[in-house]
Design a protein around this ligand. Structure first.
Ligand SMILES: *[C@@H]1O[C@H](CO)[C@@H](O)[C@H](O)[C@H]1NC(C)=O
Ligand SMILES: *[C@@H]1O[C@H](CO)[C@@H](O)[C@H](O)[C@H]1NC(C)=O
Ligand SMILES: *[C@@H]1O[C@H](CO)[C@@H](O)[C@H](O)[C@H]1NC(C)=O
Ligand SMILES: *[C@@H]1O[C@H](CO)[C@@H](O)[C@H](O)[C@H]1NC(C)=O
Ligand SMILES: *[C@@H]1O[C@H](CO)[C@@H](O)[C@H](O)[C@H]1NC(C)=O
Length: 586
C-alpha cells in the first residue's frame, strides 16, 4: 500500500518536472487556423478533418467539401454559415434547403430534444419552431400557413406534393391544442429569432430557415494544452526547484498521513488538488506578486466570513480583485471549490478567475475587477451614491444571471451547482453585465447525476431551497439554484415597491405571497411611476419568480426554461400553483 503510494508520488514529481517542456511543444501545434469556403477562420475548438492531429478538439470536427464547411450533427449534415468566437455560436443550415427553391425542406428535425447533457452543442436560446404539418383535409386557421404555393412549382415532386395531403407550416412552439384533428407534425426545426420577427409569409419562413440555426458550443478548459500558456509554472527552473523543495515533503507528509488514515493538512490538500488538476487555466502567483499587485493590501473592497477582498492591478494595467481567504476553513475547501469550478470554465456571465496563490496558509484568488460592485447595492440602495437602475436594466441583468446559472448547470462535462445565488454574489462590470461569483459553496458533479448528495446545509437564509433543510421533500438537485434564482428575481422585480408595499400594508407581509395573491385575484401589482412596459416586465419577472420558488423541486422549471420564459411574452406565461412560502408556513 505504502509502496504504491510512494511510487505514485515520485511519478507525480517526475511528471511535474516534465510538464512545462512537453506543454510548450504541444502548444505551438495547437494554435492552428484553417479556412474553408465562406468560413475564413476555423480554429480552436474547431478543427477540420485533415488538420494536424493536435489542432482543435475532436469533438468539434468539421469537414470541408466542395468549398463548403460541413458539420455532421447526429444524423444530420449541415452547412456552416458562420462561426462567432465571441458569442461561442456556430450558425448552421440543413443541407436539404436550397436557395430560391421554397419547396426544398430540411432533411432532419432539430429541436431541444435532440441535444442531451454532455453533448458538445446545444440549441441557442430559441424563441420559435418551424413545424411542417401534413393534414388530410384543408385547414382554415391563421396559424397554418399553406405550403401549396411552394410545393406546386417544384421540378421534382416532393413527398409532400405527391401524396394526397395538404401541407402547412406553423411557426411557434406548438402545443397539443394547436394541432388540428386531421393533421400530424412532420419535421420541427428550432431556430433562434435574433431580434427580427417572422412575418409568417412563406418566402420569409424559407429565408429564415436558410439563414440557419445558432448552435452554442461550450468552452471548457478540458485539456492541458488549452491552458499551457498560462500554466502555473511560469518561472522555469527556480519554480520547479521550489516546487520540489516544498513538493517532496508535502507529498511525503501526504503519503504518511494517508497511510495513517489521518486527515490531510490544509496545505497539502490544496497542493494535492493543484497537482492532480493540471488542466487549470488560472495563473499561479506567488505571495510577493500578490502583495505587489495590491500595493501591500492598501485598498480594501470588502470583507466577509470568507476573508477580505482588495483591489489590485496587474503588470498589464488590468484591474483585479484579490480575495484573501481566511485560513480557518476546513481543509481549504473553499479555495478548492472556487478553483475547481470556475478555474475551468469561461462564460460571459460568470466571473473570471485570473489566478490564485497558495503559499503555506496564505490563499488568494485573483478575479477580474468589477467596478460596479454587487447587485444588492442596487436592489436595496442604502446610499445615495448608487444610481438607481431602470426596470429594463434590471430585466437585462436577471436574464444575464439566468444565462450564467444555466451555463453552470448545462455547460460543461461537469454540472456545477452554485448553492449560494443571492444579490450579494452577483457582480456587475462597468456595463452592468452581471457575473455570477463566489463559488465557495459550489459543487460539481458528473453531468448525468440528477440527484446529488450533500453533507451539511449550504446557502443563505432567504434564498435557500427548502429541500436543503427539509429531508422529506425530495433530493437536492440543480433545482435548488433555480429556487435561489427565483428569490433573487423576486427581489429584483420588487425592489422599488418593497418599501411601498411594506408601508401600505403591515411589515408582516411577505412579498412573494402578497404578489401571488394579487395575481391570483386577477389584479396587477402596481408600481408607482412605472410605464406600462415596465409594469409588464415586472409582472413577467414576478410570475417567473413564482414558478422558480415552488416548494416542490419538480414543479420548478429548469434554467433553460426560465430563460425562454424571460425572453417570451408575459401573456404566454401561465399562473403558477401557489408556492408554499410564507415564513410562518415554513
Ligand atoms: C470558395 O469560396 C470562397 C468564398 O465563398 C470563394 O471566394 C472562392 O473563390 C471559392 N473557391 C473555389 C475554388 O470555389
Ligand atoms: C432529432 O430528433 C428527431 C426525433 O428523434 C430525429 O428524427 C432527427 O433525425 C434528429 N435530428 C438529427 C439532426 O439527428
Ligand atoms: C375561414 O374562416 C374565416 C373565419 O373564421 C371565414 O371568414 C372564411 O370564410 C373561412 N374560409 C374558408 C375558405 O372556409
Ligand atoms: C408557381 O406557379 C404559379 C403559376 O404556375 C405562379 O403563379 C406562382 O407564383 C409560382 N410560385 C412560386 C413560389 O414560384
Ligand atoms: C407531380 O405530380 C403530379 C400529380 O400528383 C403529376 O401530374 C406531375 O406530372 C408530377 N410531376 C413530376 C415532375 O413528376
Amino acid at each position: 500500500m505504502l509502496r504504491t503510494l510512494l511510487f505514485a508520488g515520485f511519478a507525480a514529481i517526475f511528471l511535474l518536472l516534465l510538464l512545462p517542456t512537453t506543454c510548450k511543444a504541444k502548444l505551438n501545434l495547437h494554435r492552428c487556423h484553417s479556412s474553408c469556403g465562406n468560413i475564413p477562420d476555423i480554429s480552436y475548438p474547431f478543427r477540420l478533418k485533415d488538420d494536424r492531429r493536435r489542432c482543435g478538439d475532436r469533438k468539434y470536427e468539421l469537414a470541408c467539401e466542395n468549398n463548403r464547411t460541413i458539420l455532421q450533427l447526429y444524423s444530420g449534415r449541415y452547412y456552416v454559415e458562420e462561426i462567432n468566437y465571441n458569442r461561442e455560436t456556430i450558425r448552421v443550415v440543413d443541407t436539404g434547403l436550397k436557395k430560391d427553391d421554397c419547396s426544398s425542406l430540411p432533411l432532419h428535425s432539430l429541436t431541444d430534444a435532440n441535444f442531451s447533457y454532455g453533448d458538445p452543442y446545444r440549441l441557442s436560446y430559441k424563441t420559435s419552431d418551424v413545424n411542417f404539418v401534413d393534414c388530410e383535409a384543408p385547414i382554415n386557421s391563421s396559424l397554418y400557413i399553406d405550403m401549396a404555393p411552394c410545393s406546386r412549382n417544384s421540378s421534382s415532386n416532393s413527398s409532400l406534393s405527391s401524396m394526397q395531403t395538404y401541407s402547412y407550416v406553423v411557426v411557434r412552439h406548438m402545443a397539443l391544442s394547436d394541432l388540428e384533428d386531421s393533421c400530424s407534425v412532420g419535421l420541427v426545426v428550432g431556430f433562434s429569432t435574433t431580434g427580427q420577427e417572422i412575418d409568417n409569409s412563406l418566402p420569409d419562413i424559407h429565408n429564415r430557415l436558410l439563414y440557419g440555426t445558432d448552435l452554442k458550443w461550450f468552452n471548457c478548459f478540458g485539456f492541458l494544452c488549452t491552458s499551457c500558456d498560462t500554466l502555473y509554472f511560469p518561472h522555469s527552473v527556480l519554480a520547479v526547484a521550489a516546487k520540489i523543495f516544498f513538493g517532496v515533503p508535502c507529498v511525503l507528509i501526504f503519503l504518511i498521513y494517508k497511510w495513517k488514515r489521518r486527515s490531510l493538512s490544509m496545505y497539502c490538500a490544496i497542493e494535492e488538488f493543484i497537482q492532480t488538476h493540471n488542466n487549470l487555466k488560472p495563473i499561479r502567483y506567488s505571495y510577493s506578486n500578490i502583495k505587489k499587485m495590491t500595493k501591500g493590501f492598501t485598498e480594501k473592497l470588502g470583507e466577509g466570513g470568507y476573508g477580505s477582498v482588495y483591489k489590485g492591478k496587474l503588470k498589464s494595467g488590468h484591474l483585479v480583485a484579490v480575495k484573501m481567504l481566511a485560513n480557518s476553513k476546513a481543509n481549504g475547501q473553499d479555495f478548492i471549490n472556487e478553483v475547481a469550478t470556475i478555474g475551468r470554465i469561461h462564460h460571459f456571465n460568470v466571473v473570471q478567475l485570473i489566478g490564485f496563490c497558495v503559499e503555506g496558509s496564505k490563499q488568494a484568488l485573483v478575479y477580474d475587477f468589477m467596478p460596479n460592485g454587487s447587485l444588492d447595492k442596487y436592489i436595496f440602495p442604502e446610499k445615495e451614491e448608487y444610481i438607481s437602475l431602470s426596470f429594463e436594466k434590471m430585466y437585462q441583468i436577471s436574464l444575464g444571471v439566468a444565462h450564467g446559472i444555466e451555463y453552470l448547470h448545462l455547460g460543461c462535462d461537469m454540472q456545477i451547482l452554485h448553492f449560494d445565488i443571492k444579490p450579494h454574489n452577483i457582480l456587475l462590470d462597468k456595463n452592468f453585465t452581471p457575473k455570477v461569483s463566489d463559488f465557495g459553496l459550489a459543487k460539481s458533479y458528473p453531468a448525468d447525476h440528477s440527484i446529488v448528495s450533500l453533507t451539511g446545509a449550504r446557502g443563505t437564509r432567504g434564498y435557500m431551497a427548502p429541500e436543503l433543510f427539509y429531508k422529506n421533500i425530495g433530493g437536492v438537485s440543480y433545482k435548488a439554484d433555480v429556487f435561489s434564482f427565483g428569490m433573487l428575481l423576486m427581489e429584483m422585480a420588487g425592489r422599488r415597491r418593497n418599501l411601498n408595499v411594506f408601508a401600505e400594508h403591515s411589515s408582516q407581509i411577505y412579498f412573494p405571497s402578497w404578489a401571488y395573491d394579487q395575481f391570483n385575484e386577477g389584479k396587477d401589482i402596481e408600481i408607482g411611476d412605472a410605464t406600462e412596459e415596465e409594469q409588464k416586465l415586472a409582472k413577467k419577472m414576478v410570475l417567473i419568480a413564482l414558478w422558480c420558488i415552488q416548494f416542490k423541486p419538480s414543479e420548478r422549471p429548469s434554467m433553460h426554461k426560465v430563460i425562454e420564459m424571460l425572453e417570451g411574452k408575459v401573456d404566454q406565461l401561465q399562473m403558477p400553483p401557489k408556492p408554499f412560502l410564507t415564513p410562518q408556513e415554513v
